[in-house]
Design a protein around this ligand. Sequence first.
Ligand code: NAD
Ligand code: LMR
Length: 330
Amino acid sequence: MAERPVHVAVTGAAGQIGYAIVFRIASGQLLGPDQPVVLRMLEIEPAMKALEGVAMELEDCAFPLLHDMELTSKAEEAFDGVSWALLVGSVPRKAGMERGDLLSVNGGIFGPQGKAIAAKAAHDVRILVVGNPCNTNCLIARLNAPDIPAERWFAMTRLDENRAKSQLAKKAKVPVSVVSNMAIWGNHSATQYPDARNARIAGTPVYDVISDHGWLKDKFIETVQKRGAAVIEARGLSSAGSAANAAIDSINSIRNATAWGDWTSLAVVSHGEYGTPEGLQFGFPVRSTGKGWEVVEGIEHDDDAKERIRKTTEELLQERDLVKELVPAG
Ligand code: NAD
Ligand code: LMR
């Protein structure tokens, strides 16, 4: 095996999403079939025993690509030398809560983790924040790590994109693989705007394929916005398999060039695109070259879309205001 191992940190590795993702990383689904990995798994003290069980199971899989494992409750050890950091560890919401309600519980986790990443991670580190509310948690961590370029920080809106694609495919009675250009704008919350206006089915605008425009304008948007709550209601636990899958998809779509003409959904630092306030961690359509990425420019929005984007922006500004104590001034 010629490749040097890449170190990947997963926080909250004994949790639901952690348990669903570490086996996929170790089997090569994150970084490819030729890339050995070292898994660096972070947990809080009370979960260390459970984490040891996860590590035993990983060992029992005899994954050829799993070069080594590190189990720790110290952030600086977990992020030592990592090229990818998946920040999952945090408390999920329960039925009846909005994701933003978690800010006071989870926000405090992400400043220290941002500092630890800045102190210890590899020079090429890239970070995906999954723990909710993920846009603002990502903003907290990023602002606590000013030496790491802002473009290396991502929050996860891919699960919303995947949900939206599946809803459109079901409605149009087509395979999900032919749905493309599905952007999620703004916050990973009930204010997000899943943009079917600019999405395509087999290359044709969705609005030309699905004639039920009433459904597209209301029910579709609401279903995607509230899908996380619907899963919690049904399972009594928040989504885990689909969230782990979306995290793998997110990183693959950062690492690999986006298919020609398509885009993917990631919450990235705003440089003012589409009038969004600079510095917010905002869900945009993004195109990757594999080496870098850019927000797709020139997408048109009607008045309804503009109003929805205004609302989700407003919510992210409010969240940013709520956490100002958790980020360095200036
Ligand atoms: P979980 O409770 O099953 O697991 C979370 C794990 O994190 C636990 O094992 C806990 O011990 C650990 N943890 C808590 N604080 C930690 C810290 N400071 N450092 C390291 N580990 C810590 O929860 P889950 O279902 O795996 O969900 C994790 C998070 O992901 C939640 O915030 C949830 O809302 C979020 N989530 C986001 C998306 C998304 O699309 N962005 C999707 C699903 C879930
Ligand atoms: C999801 O979208 O499933 C997650 O963000 C979990 C949640 O609280 O909805």
